[in-house]
Design a protein around this ligand. Sequence first.
Ligand SMILES: O=C(O)CCC(=O)C(=O)O
Ligand SMILES: [Fe+2]
Length: 491
Amino acid sequence: MPTNDANTARAAESNTRAEELNKEKRRKRTEIEKKSRQDAKRCKLDPVIQWGKYNPDFPTSGKAGELELHDFLGRLEKISRFAESRTNATALLLSQLRKSPKLEILSQLQSKLPHFPQDDVILLTDAKSLETCLNQPFGVPLLHRATPNYPSLGSYTQFGIQDFLKHLAEDEEASISVYDYSIEDPSQRTRRTTVGELLSCFWSGNVRGTALNFLDIENRTRIEFCPYQVILRNITTRIDARKQRDKGKTGSEWTAEPRKEFFLLSLENAISTIHVDTGGVVTWVLILEGRKIWYFPRHVTAQTVRWLSFAGSQTPEDYRDGWVKVELRPGDLLIMPPSFPHAVYTPEKCLAVGGQSYTAGNLGRSIEGLKLQEDHPDISNEDLDDSVYSTLARILNECGPVTTYFEKAQVASGQSLFPSLRDPTTYDKLSKNSLADILRSGGVAIPSKAKKIELLELLKKNSDTRAACTPREEFLEAFRKFCDEFMADGI
Ligand SMILES: O=C(O)CCC(=O)C(=O)O
Ligand SMILES: [Fe+2]
């Protein structure tokens, strides 16, 4: 039989154990409560995007060019609304129902969800969401709003206007191009100037008042601003990564191809009218200092882009469902799909950096966009450069291992857009005009009043003898090979 002492000792021991257990439970509960308080705080901090104020009705000097662009912006503003998205609408609804009972929140969500807006933009929260989106095709812009909980996805966002001016001041004599809309003739608005003039505008507080827009200043600082997820999803990075047999230092023959980035340095009230970026690229823009208002049509298809060509860069009217705008602040990142019409207003001095790439998910759209730009060169503010064709030729030749069946199918579906001089199998199906187009684009002279049969003869002869010699022909050749291989393997 245990003694009284032993009983007391055992009871004391079990009391201590119970106390320890209770202590552990209390500690866990406090931890859980702390975490849920933090979660609640986070939900409060990132509820709804707050779009800032700006004044599109800025003063002008009365010069014709300035009035024209001021008028353009006024008309664009009238038909634009800030971007909506399901994520944002949910956050807004939840913030309104914050104090309601749970059942009420559930019933409101149930009745309102089916009527939520379509996504005007895809809102990114963090690096993971950026990576996920870049792995897929996307038809609306990706937007990351920097917040305390979800800081900027770009690096070096503390690099501002003064830092950049100091870097430029190393060579004040250097020439630079600027878009100056105070010039009346639109074709003369992009003019050459010097870094000296740029510095004096920014350092003097811009007393002349012209809203100069220095676009496309090559980033030669050697600082890379591009978010690493964008670099890693770039299809050429992925192709190159598969080719490096030796990843080590010793014996490495690796030479890095510089990735181009561009600074956009704008004085307040700078405006870029409607355009698509050249070459069917995916464009990313990161704001370093100041703000920009970015406008784009709510509904974009190939027809929208053809309408841009038809209506011109200063006619925002008659786009289906109007325009969407987003306000970009320091640290914010915007990524546009290929050949996506946009216009930009800079309400305050701004430094942004950006670049271009092709992604596997959007490669089909890029090729479609290239054809749109060939047919309608006026949709872009830049001409198609040979390097676009060379880059795409390389991608088409080498992208097999890094593209899915679906992505390949999307690319191959564009085959008929580019009838090739070296693809005799399709000639017989084409009209006389199309045959003449192919011959002309291959630089072959066409006899006047030639019949279809003669054009066919000419094409057959030329396709046998001509080797691809221009970058465009290289691209056509690569595209044809890509499509042939897809047909042979895929279907
Ligand atoms: O900032 C601007 O005025 C135009 C920028 C733009 O169109 C671009 O980066 O694609
Ligand atoms: Fe642009």
